[in-house]
Write a protein that binds this ligand. Structure first.
Ligand code: DSN
Length: 420
């Protein structure tokens, strides 16, 4: 794939090669990451990159669109079949821009929105003060219950009745449990609000019917394609039939410009691949691996936020080990296990230090790791936590981690020839 770059820009080729080596030897456990099929990389760089296009099939602003029309129509059809939705728009560049498109479709300046708090599992684009959307809309955040560390649905209902939002958002990036979409949809209906689910993290699990789908309940469902779905760096959004026009206008011209036809091609391939038994069996294994890791870490004395997981995410409170999330994240990175420091609910630490780490099981499951290997990872993690400042011990653990992942190649030799 990079034969020409190898000659024209050896320095850049070397940097890409170094990243390949890093990924080969690392145990990647960042919850928003996945190891994508090579076709995703091929299509993400395909000839459609030369084409600029705005609008929708049959209503384009640039000529020469008939082939791209075929692509968008096919990708839409495959996406709608996969999720059983009334309408899909696959032009968003990411999960965040899919969210912005929904805001553009239905909200006016200063409208009220309710979403989960970022430091309790929500997402930046759901109205965090740090995100520019908070300057345009009036966001209030619902909380999770202090004891269960799961959404406080009664509290959400009470708050919605008082606040009367125009939109309620469910979903986030560090919430490991199932969300009761039906219940929130009912609350939204009662207060005459739209209901949007950001299913970015779980969209692969939803596609494989491993976790319940929000599609029957939500007016709008947004997603990125990079997480459990394991696709290109892009997004998409679905809605009920009655909002199709509004949504399409919210995407273009409401919030985005010309579409990225390359990642659209990759999404088209992905939506078909996600119907295969190969994909579905990987998705089934992900929560099995996640539950196993949670149990093992608990046995080593870590506290698992919310007491477990139903998805690919394990959120771990590391305070029992007398370390911070940052210290654990740094030490794990040193030994070749990549996670991210993450605030836990009601965290006394800020986002740069944190009391926890978020661990994702998608990539390792795609590489073929099962319970036996997950036990070894838990054991290494525990020793790392107990030796964050012991370089000699960490070097030993690094060898153990490398030996473990060696048997589960990132890509086959044949694929590697295509990649580089
Ligand atoms: N939202 C960020 C995450 O979940 O890691 C990036 O996708």
């Amino acid at each position: 794939m990079l034969n020409k770059t190898k000659v024209s820009d050896p320095l850049l080729y070397e940097i890409v090669g170094k990243e390949l080596e890093r990924q080969k030897h690392n145990i990647e456990m960042i919850a928003s990451e996945s190891t994508v099929p090579v076709e995703i990389m091929e299509l993400s760089g395909c000839i459609f990159t030369n084409k600029t296009l705005e609008g929708y099939p049959g209503k384009r602003f640039q000529a020469g669109s008939h082939v791209a029309d075929e692509l968008e129509i096919l990708a839409n059809k495959r996406g709608m079949e996969l999720y059983g939705c009334d309408h899909i728009n696959i032009q968003p560049y990411s999960g965040s821009t899919a969210n912005y498109a929904v805001y553009a479709a239905i909200l006016k300046k200063d409208d009220k929105v309710m979403s989960m708090k970022l430091d309790q599992g929500g997402h930046l684009s759901h109205g965090s003060k740090a995100n520019f959307m908070s300057r345009f809309f009036n966001f209030e955040h619902y909380a999770i219950d202090k004891d269960t560390e799961q959404i406080d649905y009664d509290g959400l209902e009470k708050q919605a009745k008082e606040f009367r939002p125009k939109l309620i958002i469910a979903g986030g990036s560090a919430y490991p449990r199932l969300i009761d979409f039906e219940r929130i949809a009912k609350i939204a209906k009662e207060v005459d609000a739209y209901f949007m689910v950001d299913m970015a993290h779980i969209s692969g699990l939803v596609a494989a019917e491993v976790v319940p789908s929000p599609v029957p309940y939500a007016d709008f469902v947004t997603s990125s394609t990079t997480k459990t779905l394991g696709g290109p760096r892009a997004g998409f959004v679905m809605c009920k039939k009655e909002y199709a026009d509004k949504l399409d206008k919210g995407v273009f011209p409401g919030s985005l410009g010309s579409m990225h036809l390359t990642t659209m091609a990759a999404k088209c391939w992905l939506f078909e691949y996600a119907k295969s038994e190969k994909f579905r069996s990987i998705m089934r294994q992900i929560p099995v691996n996640a539950k196993h890791l949670a149990k093992e870490l608990e046995n080593y004395g870590f506290r698992i936020v919310s007491g477990g997981t139903d998805t690919h995410i394990v959120l771990v409170d590391v305070r029992n080990k007398n370390i911070t999330g940052k210290e654990f994240d740094d030490a794990l990175d040193y030994v070749g296990i990549t996670v991210n420091k993450n605030q836990i609910p009601f965290d006394p630490e800020g986002p740069n230090v944190t009391s926890g780490v978020r661990i994702g099981l998608t990539s390792v499951t795609q590489r073929g790791l099962r319970e036996k290997e997950i036990s070894e990872i838990a054991s290494i993690m525990n020793e790392v936590a107990e030796n964050v400042n012991n370089k000699e011990k960490l070097d030993e653990l690094r060898e153990r981690a490398d030996k473990l992942i060696e048997d589960f190649p990132l890509y086959s030799d044949e694929d590697l020839k295509e990649i580089m």
